[in-house]
Design a protein around this ligand. Structure first.
Ligand SMILES: CC(C)(COP(=O)(O)OP(=O)(O)OC[C@H]1O[C@@H](n2cnc3c(N)ncnc32)[C@H](O)[C@@H]1OP(=O)(O)O)[C@@H](O)C(=O)NCCC(=O)NCCS
Length: 224
């Protein structure tokens, strides 16, 4: 259940006002780097790596058509959702962030169908394709934790993915997250949101396992 205190905004992919756009990029960069410093165990990337990124890397992250960046505010501080969305994105400090990557259109194979209910398998046999989204880079500042912001971000990302799928006539959608196996808080949060643990991977340094580099991870997924 989303807390009444949480407000979530989707960051724009561009902005006609150059100053405002540069501020959004800068705020996004600072927030991400802060997350890598405070919770290095939670991510496959590192502060040492990302602090060297050029400006255009940060700008392209926001412009990326396959990545949607959500930020959360504590409504104890913010005035109203509408005010925030329209005017105050840059005037309030961000309390949380989550990136939704996708969709990738995938063909239904036995790899993907192992965790799906029989009813959904029969349906997917007809549809044969689904959209795949990844939830990445979630971070809530320490003083705002346990007030529902993480859940509000996940709910906003899933609603966005669902709408994207529906708009394109796709009826099956998968959401995944790779979580450090020792990250009890994140695993509990995703489970509460409806995700299930699918596999546990050790680092092999290739392909999808790059998310596990040096950190054993749990793959979690949810289908809608
Ligand atoms: C994990 C994290 C995102 C949780 O954010 P949050 O805003 O505190 O989570 P919420 O307040 O929405 O919590 C919702 C539910 O998740 C679970 N949860 C959250 N934090 C938890 C914790 N420390 N221990 C156990 N369960 C926890 C609980 O079920 C909670 O519901 P409850 O408060 O009613 O018991 C936050 O702790 C964080 O940013 N950690 C560092 C970065 C990180 O680990 N990112 C995840 C990368 S995969």
């Amino acid at each position: 259940m989303t807390s009444a205190r949480s407000i979530v905004s989707l960051l724009p992919k561009t902005c006609a006002d150059k100053d405002a756009w540069n501020k959004i990029i800068s705020q996004h960069k600072e927030f991400r780097l802060q997350s890598l410093i405070i919770a290095p165990h939670a991510y496959s990337s590192s502060y040492e790596c990302e602090s060297r990124f050029e400006w255009n890397v940060w700008e392209n992250r926001l412009k990326n058509p396959d990545a949607s960046t959500f930020v959360a505010f504590d409504s104890k501080v913010a005035q109203s959702a509408e005010e925030l969305k329209q005017h105050k994105l840059l005037e309030q400090s961000w309390s949380g962030m989550l990136v939704l990557v996708g969709p990738s259109e995938r063909a239904m194979t036995s790899d993907y169908s192992t965790s799906i209910s029989t009813e959904r398998k029969q349906h997917d046999y007809v549809c044969n394709t689904f959209f795949d989204f990844r939830l990445n880079a979630m971070f809530i500042i320490s003083e705002a934790r346990r007030s529902g912001l993480g859940m509000a971000l996940i709910e906003a990302a899933i609603a966005h993915g669902k709408t994207t799928s529906e708009d394109r006539g796709i009826t099956s959608t998968r959401f995944t997250a790779f979580v450090n196996r020792e990250n009890h808080a994140a695993i509990c949060l995703y489970q509460k949101a409806g995700f299930k643990v699918i596999t546990e991977k050790e680092d092999t340094g290739v392909g999808v396992d790059r998310y596990a580099r040096g950190k054993p991870t749990t793959l979690m997924e949810m289908w809608i």
